[in-house]
Design a protein around this ligand. Structure first.
Ligand SMILES: Cc1cc2nc3c(=O)[nH]c(=O)nc-3n(C[C@H](O)[C@H](O)[C@H](O)COP(=O)(O)O)c2cc1C
Length: 194
């Protein structure tokens, strides 16, 4: 099999769910955000916004607003992550971002069909950049599910995210405290037609 640095980085990246308390360096944050902005986007739209939150009070406030939001939320389908997020919000220990020191929120302009695709590609860039720098990261869906929660949106607006933006996803980032093992690849996911 062909090997090179990029392919090795893609294979080695895992979702981190236990982070060290220490904040990442500003240069590292800058490199991650820059990598995100180099992702492809539909029609070269580049209409995303990446909001990096490192302020501890702000992180705690977002977590608290999500917790309250999930308590009152009725999942719109039976996706297991939604059911477990709602169950987790009943507990004092609710912690959707795994105490990561940095949370990066990816949002995009409203009524844009490629909003999620563009932001997901950008976040994968960011995750691979994190891996290349020895940082851990994890895709987080909860802010997307509660993207229309009025209290949450008001607070995100205070943090600089336009009210009309679609919250696509967020990413937890930090130094790894516990390595995650690699889930085996499933069979039958590749189809080559020659
Ligand atoms: C669309 C999407 C949503 C995800 N949401 C979450 C999430 O909310 N919380 C979480 O801990 N991991 C989340 N993940 C990470 C997946 O659980 C993870 O990628 C998967 O288990 C494979 O593990 P790996 O990333 O280590 O290869 C999400 C991943 C994707 C692509």
């Amino acid at each position: 099999m062909i090997q090179n640095e990029v392919l090795a980085c893609i294979r080695a990246r895992r979702s981190t769910r236990k982070f060290q308390k220490e904040q990442i360096k500003d240069a590292e944050l800058e490199a991650l955000l820059e990598a995100a902005t180099w992702a492809p986007s539909g029609g070269n739209s580049q209409s995303w916004l990446f909001t990096a939150v490192q302020n501890k009070e702000a992180l705690a406030r977002i977590n608290e607003l999500l917790k309250t939001g999930f308590q009152n939320w009725i999942p719109d389908d039976g996706y297991p992550g939604k059911i477990s997020a709602k169950a987790a919000a009943q507990k004092e220990s609710f912690d959707f971002f795994y105490q990561a020191p940095t949370l990066i929120i990816a949002s995009n302009r409203p009524n844009y069909q490629n909003a999620l695709a563009d932001c997901a590609l950008a976040l994968e860039n960011l995750f691979l950049a994190a891996q290349s720098l020895g940082l851990g990261s994890c895709y987080l869906n909860q802010l997307h599910w509660l993207r229309n929660d009025p209290q949450l949106r008001e607070y995100l607006f205070q943090l600089g995210i336009p009210r009309e933006h679609t919250i696509c996803a967020s990413a937890a980032v930090g130094y790894i405290a516990r390595e995650s093992s690699a889930p085996p690849r499933k069979d039958g996911t590749i189809n080559i037609v020659k």
